[in-house]
Design a protein around this ligand. Structure first.
Ligand code: GRF
Length: 208
């Protein structure tokens, strides 16, 4: 099977990106990251990409007349790199309907909670963990899902839970969950690249 060409969108430090770089380089994933795109110039993930000789592109919304045009520029960049699968790894902007349509069922996101808890508009970064800790949940976790037109609403591929202890802070919970993220995001991408994922309505079937 030929390697799947992957484009990764980021806005920040890119530890999830790093897990994808490592797992494509070591052959765990039958894929290759052909481009990393960030909407923030100072995103450390861009450095990670450069260190691994992956094209690293910074695109700022400010340079475009509209949000639509900005998204079209990202699509153009992905196409220029022959991207077949788009992974959102801590990308903090929404995508246009056109973007989602162009890459229908080919966009994967990682979210640091057990969807449908603590997700949707406004739930990003440390905020997700603050809400979970303040609510007093005993379990949280991470979710890898396909992206549809809603916020964190697409079909779920993998979830893994972690216990939340009485002593946990938003920061300690974030660290616990990141460890899970670095495991289940590469696993979901591995399944995708091996052609083992089928989507039926809201439900995802994985052939092991
Ligand atoms: C992760 O918690 C991810 O679930 C969320 O944004 C964070 C990105 O972290 N979407 P990093 O940039 O991969 O370290």
């Amino acid at each position: 099977m030929p390697q799947v060409k992957i484009g990764v969108l980021i806005s920040g430090s890119g530890t999830n990106l790093q897990s994808l770089i490592d797992n494509t380089e070591n052959g765990y994933i039958n894929g290759r990251i052909t481009v990393v795109i960030s909407n923030r110039k100072d995103a450390y993930g861009l450095e990670r990409a450069k260190q691994h000789k992956i094209d690293a592109v910074y695109l700022s919304q400010k340079d475009y007349e509209s949000f639509e045009n900005f998204n079209n520029a990202i699509i153009d960049e992905l196409k220029a790199h022959n991207v077949e699968l788009v992974v959102l790894a801590g990308y903090l902007k929404i995508l246009t309907a056109k973007f989602i349509d162009v890459y229908k069922n080919r966009i994967i996101n990682i979210h640091p909670s057990l969807i449908p808890a603590f997700c949707g508009k406004g739930y990003y970064g440390i905020k997700v963990h603050e809400e979970a800790v303040n609510y007093g949940v005993k379990l949280s976790g991470a979710t890898v899902h396909f992206v549809d037109e809603g916020a964190d609403t697409g079909p779920i591929i993998i979830q893994e839970a972690v216990e939340v202890s009485y002593e946990d802070t938003a920061e300690s919970l974030q660290q616990k969950i990141l460890k899970i993220e670095h495991k289940i995001l590469p696993l979901a991408v591995k399944y995708y690249c091996a052609g083992k994922i089928q989507i039926r309505g809201r439900k995802v079937k994985i052939e092991e």
